[in-house]
Design a protein around this ligand. Structure first.
Ligand SMILES: N[C@H](CCC[C@H](N)C(=O)O)C(=O)O
Length: 297
């Protein structure tokens, strides 16, 4: 079966975007992994599937699959690419658009400068909102935030802010973003048994009260050049810790994102870029990746 797709990115967080409105597509974990594969497939951090909505107030529904095939709640950078895709593909010219995701409705507003402003929805801070087991764990407070002290062998107790922006995030402050142990402890936190649905691990360096630098080891992907929900989570965590004031400029390795938080909902603004369009035989691709490695006896 031939699938049409568009390759896009938001601040370097890259996506394969699929039109499930005019094509009949069934995205399975295997197919998502195959499309995301950077050697045998198209290559992407996430796969975005645009569909007709089930919510009466939504223009479209969009679903998100990580590179490991897991379907997840939200994708901030993807939301900006979604609205550019819908407009460029002529699926709708409405602006702002209302997008239905698994946790509710988003409002997406394409601005004349080519950026997109996204109402990312509500923020939550209870450990249960990020499916975190606090049993027997020490915590402390900073400002209005609760920091959970997670022991990581060789790295002591890591003070984590827990923030749900639909997706689960665990944010820590580091002194130097360039030497932060993202590769060493990102995977440990991402798959730590206390996070029952895994977690996105954010590493934030504070530059001033309105500026941070951020790296995120994303759940189901690894370190990405940018993470939209991660930028929201880090900015909100810094504000709650009393270290930042809204709005916050978040410098990621893929470019800057603007975050504003009113204490309830978080608004993110940033770029969305179309790289190329293509077609792929999804069955041949998935078959290639699920057959045995020819080098293995
Ligand atoms: N890896 C995330 C999903 C993608 C989020 C990120 N790409 C964004 O822009 O928000 C998770 O499993 O929760």
């Amino acid at each position: 079966m031939i699938w049409n797709f568009v390759k896009m990115h938001g601040a370097g967080n890259d996506f394969v975007v699929l039109d499930g409105v005019r094509q009949s597509l069934h995205v399975t974990p295997e197919r998502a992994r195959a499309l995301a594969d950077r050697h045998f497939g198209v290559g992407a951090d996430q796969i975005l599937l645009v569909e007709n909505p089930s919510h009466p107030e939504a223009d479209f529904r969009y679903r998100i699959f990580n590179a490991d095939g897991s379907e997840v709640e939200h994708c901030g950078n993807g939301a900006r690419c979604f609205v550019k895709f819908v407009h460029e593909q002529g699926l709708s010219h409405r602006n702002p658009l209302r997008a239905e995701i698994s946790t509710g409705l988003l409002t997406l507003d394409s601005t004349p400068d080519g950026n997109v402003s996204v109402d990312m929805g509500p923020t939550h801070f209870d450990p249960k909102d990020v499916h975190f087991d606090t049993d027997g764990l020490e915590s402390t407070t900073q400002g209005t935030d609760t920091l959970w002290l997670l022991p990581i062998p060789g790295h002591g107790n890591i003070a984590l802010s827990l923030v749900a922006v639909s997706n689960p995030h665990a944010v820590q402050i580091v002194d130097d973003i360039d030497t932060a142990p993202v590769a060493q402890i990102g995977p440990i936190i991402e798959s730590h048994p206390r996070f029952k649905q895994r977690v996105n691990a954010g590493f934030m360096q504070i530059s001033d009260r309105h500026t941070i630098q951020l790296r995120v080891f994303e759940r189901g992907v690894g370190e990405t050049l940018a993470c939209g929900t991660g930028a929201c989570a880090a900015a909100v965590a810094g504000i709650r810790r009393g270290l930042l004031d809204s709005p916050v400029l978040v410098h990621t390795r893929g470019g800057p994102l603007g975050i504003a938080w009113d204490g309830q909902r978080v608004i993110m603004s940033g770029p969305a870029v179309t790289v190329f369009a293509g077609q792929i035989d999804i069955d041949a691709l998935t078959e290639q990746l699920t057959t045995k490695d020819p080098l293995t006896p």
